[in-house]
Design a protein around this ligand. Structure first.
Ligand SMILES: NC(=O)c1ccc[n+]([C@@H]2O[C@H](COP(=O)([O-])OP(=O)(O)OC[C@H]3O[C@@H](n4cnc5c(N)ncnc54)[C@H](OP(=O)(O)O)[C@@H]3O)[C@@H](O)[C@H]2O)c1
Length: 242
């Protein structure tokens, strides 16, 4: 398989690239700064590096880079500084998802392309009417006002859920929702649930980035995992924190 990864220089994205390469797949990445990729990845013979800011690509370029890919993984996220949080692009994750999906449609692949979006347990799957306490609803309302990246994550998931939906002939999707991200060096046990089993705000769980990368790789490469979670927003926790 060939998989396109955006956000590949990020803390989770690079682990997803590493995991996919380790499983023997071909990976393409669109990155602003190839130097940020570890050397072992940069020089890997199954990795193609496209140097560009994902939202600066033309529609034609985007479609060309997607040509031949059977899956896309987005691990994009705003830089955690003033410019990243309050500057442009305000809708990095949503606009990238929309542009990538438009390019997938333009390519008219014979089989649906898988789209995996890295999101957050702080976002709800509104298809499932997930129960949220009054306190959490209040704080999420504040986050929407104060933290544009949170709104971006919500809108990106909503785009896949409502604009692409579950019966699109070109795109199938899954929105992965980790809780508080941590850095570990090895994959450990993790549990995946259709909805949060704890409050992301008042009783957060822990999800190591390497476990997220492993689950993303399972989703795009393993049909059973895909069929179980496509069209859903799986929440992933490290086993100890489930
Ligand atoms: N922190 C948490 O506890 C937590 C919990 C749950 C979910 N999340 C979500 O998980 C996602 C990924 O997290 P992470 O920590 O792995 O991310 P990260 O290390 O911050 O990586 C973000 C990626 O996005 C790219 N990016 C940022 N701004 C960009 C722009 N303007 N144009 C193009 N690319 C841009 C970065 O590229 P450069 O390397 O070029 O900057 C990098 O590859 C985020 O959406 C976050 O909201 C976070």
């Amino acid at each position: 398989m060939t998989i396109l990864v955006v956000g590949a220089t990020g803390a989770t994205g690079r682990l997803a690239v590493e995991e996919l390469l380790a499983r023997g797949h071909y990976v393409r990445v669109i990155v602003r700064s190839p130097d940020k990729l570890p050397e072992v990845l940069r020089n890997h013979d199954r990795l193609s590096v496209i140097r560009a800011s994902v939202l600066d690509l033309s529609d034609t370029e985007m479609a060309q880079h997607l040509n031949g890919c059977s899956a896309v993984a987005s691990c994009l996220g705003h830089e955690l500084n003033l410019k990243g949080i309050y500057g442009h692009p305000r809708r990095l994750v949503t606009d990238a998802a929309r542009r990538l999906c438009n390019a997938i449609k333009a390519n008219k692949s014979e089989k649906p392309i898988k789209f995996v979006l890295m999101n957050t347990a702080g976002n709800s799957n509104r298809d499932l009417h997930e129960p949220i306490s009054f306190g959490q609803r209040f704080v999420i309302g504040l986050l929407r006002l104060l933290l544009p990246p949170h709104v971006d994550n919500e809108k990106a998931a909503d785009y896949l859920r409502t604009n692409i939906g579950e019966n699109d002939s070109a795109i199938e999707w899954s929105v992965v929702r980790p809780d508080t991200l941590t850095n570990e060096t090895k994959v450990t046990g993790y549990d995946v649930h259709p909805s949060p089993t704890r409050s992301a705000l008042f009783n957060p769980g822990v999800t190591s980035r390497i476990n997220v990368a492993h689950f993303i790789a399972d989703l795009v490469t393993d049909d059973d995992t895909w069929n179980k979670w496509k069209g859903q927003m799986p929440v992933i926790y490290n086993k100890a924190s489930s």
